[in-house]
Design a protein. Structure first.
Length: 259
């Protein structure tokens, strides 16, 4: 986390570079997960396409290339079909689907995260306040949801998906997430108190669904962790699962505020 915060404070492009590395780690973890089901997505193409999906909008938002290059992105959809025609692998449909899916589930959300510190959202020159707010709210929710759930949690949130999560924990986490939003509104006046509070609700709700969705996929593939990128703490997907839903939701919310 120190590297993420440091890169964020240093420069938007340094942060984008760190997130890009994490995104590649997530893609690799995902493709390894699906191999356990004898599915063979186009890994190399997936990494290249994922890089394009991430880099083009991020670099364009920084004003380094023309937004017209975004027209490249829809063409990637057809490339997967074309390449699969010449592969000697079974289950062509599954290979294509599981090759494309992580672009939507991983690359686009990670690009959304980097866009939170771009001139498109954070002004010119871009500030890091909104991006930091996302992380502070998520960390506050996760930390106090765990503590509250451990102390008084009795009613399971979704026992079949994540047995340790409780409604009491979610409520406790929500309270502290809103408290964090209140503190953020005092120091960072990019948006007002009501907007920070609404943003916190969006981040917490979507982040929770992101966490549960990743747990659902791991159970589907009968895996405890998505990988071992962080020794003793699982993979990149395990550490940043809530961001996959929270970042694009928060990005859309901030863009709508400025319309």
């Amino acid at each position: 986390m120190a590297i993420i915060i440091g890169s964020m404070l240093l420069h938007p492009l340094s942060f984008a570079g760190v997130i890009y590395i994490l995104m590649l780690g997530r893609l690799i973890e995902f493709y390894r997960m699906v191999n356990t089901w004898q599915i063979y997505p186009q890994k190399a193409l997936g990494l290249i396409a994922g890089s394009v999906v991430y880099l083009v909008p991020v670099v364009a938002a920084q004003g380094l290339i023309s937004p017209k290059y975004l027209v490249i992105l829809p063409a990637l959809f057809f490339v997967f079909f074309t390449v699969e025609l010449f592969r000697k692998k079974d289950n062509a449909f599954q290979n294509i689907v599981f090759g494309l899916f992580p672009l939507a589930w991983i690359s686009i959300p990670m690009a959304s995260l980097a866009l939170l510190i771009s001139p498109l959202v954070a002004g010119e020159p871009p500030t890091w306040h909104l991006l930091l707010g996302l992380f502070v709210i998520l960390w506050s929710y996760d930390t106090f949801a765990y503590l509250t759930g451990s102390l008084i949690g009795k009613h399971k949130l979704l026992e079949k998906i994540s047995p340790k999560k409780t409604w009491e924990g979610a409520a406790g986490g929500m309270v502290f997430a809103l408290a964090a939003a209140y503190v953020l509104s005092i120091y960072f006046i990019d948006i007002n108190l009501v907007q920070w509070m609404a943003g916190a609700l969006i981040i917490v709700i979507t982040g929770t669904f992101g966490d549960l969705s990743e747990s659902m996929l791991k159970r589907n593939f009968e895996l405890k962790d998505s990988g071992s990128f962080f020794p003793g703490h699982g993979g990149v997907l395990d550490r940043f699962d809530s961001v996959l839903f929270a970042a694009p939701a928060f990005l859309c919310y901030l863009i709508l505020l400025n319309l």
